[in-house]
Write a protein that binds this ligand. Structure first.
Ligand code: UDP
Ligand code: UDP
Length: 460
C-alpha cells in the first residue's frame, strides 16, 4: 500500500462557465446555479453581457459578485440591435449573434474550462461554437421539464403535422398539451421566434446534457420520458437539480409589516419581473383583492422594463381612493422590485397569486405557499397545469391569457382568492410538495445526487 505522500494529488476542481440569456427569469436560476456549484467546490465564471436590459439584472449581478468571492465574471460589451421588438428578446438575439466574440473569451479562460452551461435560448448559436473548441457543453432549460418535453418535441410535431398551424400537441410519454396552452408566440411556425425555438430544440441533441430547475417527485413522467428517449430519440441526459436554493445576498430589507401579521394570513400577489397587465385589469384585480377581505401584499408592475423610474404613480393607476383604502385596511401595495423569495418564505404568507413563471413556481414549492395560478404568457399555462396537478395550487383556466382583451372582473377574482386562502386541502397538498422539494435538495436527495454526478463528470 502506498504512503499518503506518494498518492497523486486530487484533481483540481472543475472550472465551469455559465452563459445566461437576458431577463431575471433567466438570470435568477443561473446565479443560483452559480452559487450552488461554488458551494460544491467548483470554480465558477459567469459571462456578463453589457448593456443589460433591466436595472434588476444589473443590481443582481453586482450583488452576486460582491457576495461570493469565489464566483468570477467575464464581461463583454456588445452592440444592441437597433430594431423594434421586446427588449429582452432583442438582447437574447444580440447575444446569439456574438459567438465570435464570446468563444475567444472561453478559449482564453484561466484555469482552462472543464465545461460550459448555456441558456436554452442561446442553444443553436452556442452548441456548435463550443463543440468547435472541444468544450463540454450543457444546456440550462429555465422552465419546467414538462415544458422541455413540449419544446424538444415541437420539431417532430411540426414535421409530422398535416395542418398549417399548430394544434393540440400530444407529447409522447408525457401528456396532451392543448393548443390553448402552447405558448402563443409558437402558434405560427413561420414566425421568427418560432423558427428560433425550433432551431434551439433541434440543436439540443448536440448537448452533453440538459440541466433543469425541477425535481423528480414533481415531474417524474416528463423526466422519465425525456431520459428514456421516448420524447426525442437520442436525447441527451436531462438532469433535475432543483429547486435551486435562494441566493443569500447581503441583508435585504423585507417588510417589517409582515412580521406583525398572523401566520399564513397574507396573500402575496405578483406577476413576475416582466409582465405588465392592462390598467383596466390591474384596477379589477385591486377590486377583487379588496372584496376578498384577505390582507394582501400586492406588487404592481406597469412597465415591462424597469430601467427608468416607474413613470406612472400608483395613484394614477389605482386611483387615490383605492391606494388610501388599501393602506387604511392594513394591506400593502408596492410599485417596483421586491425580494420575492424573502416574502414567500415568511410565515405570515399563506397564498400567492402568480403568473407561474417557472422560478416563481419553484419558490412557492420550496416554501409551501399555495398558488392561485393566473398565467399570462409563454410557458405559464403549461406550468399552471403542473401547479394544479401537483396539488401546489388552483388554476382558473378561462381567465385572460396571451394578451387577450378580456378583463376578469373583481368579483370573480375575490371569490377565487377566498377559495385559495380558505382551502385546507390545497394547503396540505402544497405542504406535501414542499416536503418532496426539501428532500430532493437535501443530503442523498435526487437533485443533490444528480448535481454531484454532473460535477463528477466534469472533473474527468
Ligand atoms: N422577482 C423578484 N421580485 C420581483 C419580481 C420578480 O424577486 O419584484 C424574482 C422572482 O422571485 C423570480 C424571478 O424574479 O425568481 C422571476 O422569474 P419567473 O420565472 O417567476 O418569471 P418572469 O419574471 O421570467 O416572468
Ligand atoms: N413574453 C411576453 N411577456 C412576458 C413573457 C414572455 O411578451 O411576460 C413573450 C416574449 O417576448 C416571447 C414569448 O412571450 O415573444 C415567449 O417568451 P419566452 O419563452 O422567451 O419567455 P421568457 O422565459 O423569456 O420569459
Amino acid at each position: 500500500m502506498a504512503f499518503s505522500g506518494d498518492q497523486p494529488p486530487p484533481p483540481p476542481p472543475p472550472h465551469i462557465a455559465l452563459l445566461p440569456s437576458s431577463g431575471m427569469g433567466h438570470l435568477t436560476p443561473f446565479t443560483r446555479l452559480a452559487a450552488t456549484l461554488a458551494s460544491h467546490g467548483c470554480h465558477v465564471t459567469i459571462l456578463v453581457i453589457h448593456p443589460m436590459v433591466s436595472s434588476a439584472e444589473s443590481h443582481h449581478i453586482s450583488d452576486l459578485l460582491s457576495t461570493f468571492s469565489t464566483i468570477h465574471s467575464l464581461h463583454l460589451t456588445i452592440t444592441p440591435l437597433d430594431i423594434p421588438g421586446d427588449p429582452f428578446y432583442l438582447q437574447c438575439e444580440a447575444i446569439r449573434r456574438s459567438p465570435h466574440l464570446i468563444v475567444p473569451l472561453l478559449r482564453a479562460a484561466s484555469p482552462p474550462l472543464s465545461g460550459i452551461v448555456i441558456d436554452i435560448s442561446l442553444a443553436s448559436a452556442f452548441l456548435p461554437a463550443t463543440a468547435g473548441i472541444a468544450l463540454t457543453n450543457y444546456i440550462f432549460f429555465t422552465s419546467s421539464a414538462t415544458m422541455l418535453s413540449l419544446y424538444s418535441y415541437l420539431p417532430i410535431y411540426i414535421t409530422n403535422k398535416t395542418t398549417s398551424t399548430i394544434g393540440d400537441v400530444e407529447v409522447p410519454g408525457v401528456r396532451l398539451v392543448q393548443k390553448a396552452s402552447v405558448p402563443m408566440a409558437l402558434h405560427d411556425p413561420e414566425e421568427l421566434f418560432t423558427v428560433q425555438v425550433l432551431e434551439n430544440a433541434r440543436a439540443l441533441v448536440q448537448a452533453n446534457g440538459v440541466l433543469v430547475n425541477t425535481f423528480e417527485a414533481l415531474e417524474p413522467k416528463a423526466l422519465m420520458a425525456l431520459n428514456d428517449g421516448v420524447v426525442v430519440p437520442g436525447f441527451p441526459p436531462v438532469i433535475a437539480v432543483g429547486p435551486l436554493k435562494q441566493l443569500l445576498l447581503k441583508k435585504k430589507l423585507v417588510f417589517p409589516w409582515l412580521d406583525e401579521q398572523p401566520e399564513r394570513s397574507v396573500l402575496y400577489v405578483s406577476f413576475g419581473s416582466r409582465t405588465a397587465m392592462s390598467v383596466e385589469q390591474i384596477r379589477e384585480l385591486g377590486i377583487g383583492l379588496e372584496l376578498s377581505g384577505v390582507k394582501f401584499l400586492w406588487v404592481v408592475k406597469t412597465k415591462k422594463v424597469d430601467k427608468e423610474e416607474e413613470e406612472v404613480e400608483l395613484e394614477e393607476v389605482l386611483g387615490k381612493e383605492m391606494v388610501e383604502r388599501i393602506k387604511e385596511r392594513g394591506s400593502m401595495v408596492v410599485h417596483g422590485w421586491v425580494e420575492q423569495e424573502e416574502i414567500l418564505k415568511h410565515g405570515a404568507v399563506g397564498g400567492f397569486v402568480s403568473h407561474c413563471g417557472w422560478n416563481s413556481v419553484m419558490e412557492a414549492a420550496m416554501h409551501g405557499v399555495p398558488v392561485l395560478a393566473w398565467p399570462q404568457h409563454a410557458d405559464q399555462r403549461v406550468n399552471s397545469e403542473l401547479v394544479r396537478r401537483s396539488g401546489l395550487g388552483i388554476w382558473v383556466e378561462d381567465w385572460s391569457w396571451g394578451g387577450e382583451e378580456k378583463v376578469v372582473k373583481g368579483e370573480e377574482i375575490g371569490e377565487r382568492v377566498k377559495e385559495l386562502m380558505d382551502n385546507s386541502v390545497v394547503r396540505s397538498s402544497a405542504v406535501k410538495v414542499t416536503a418532496e422539494a426539501v428532500k430532493a435538495v437535501g443530503d442523498g436527495g435526487s437533485s443533490e445526487k444528480n448535481l454531484a454526478e454532473f460535477i463528477a463528470k466534469l472533473k474527468v
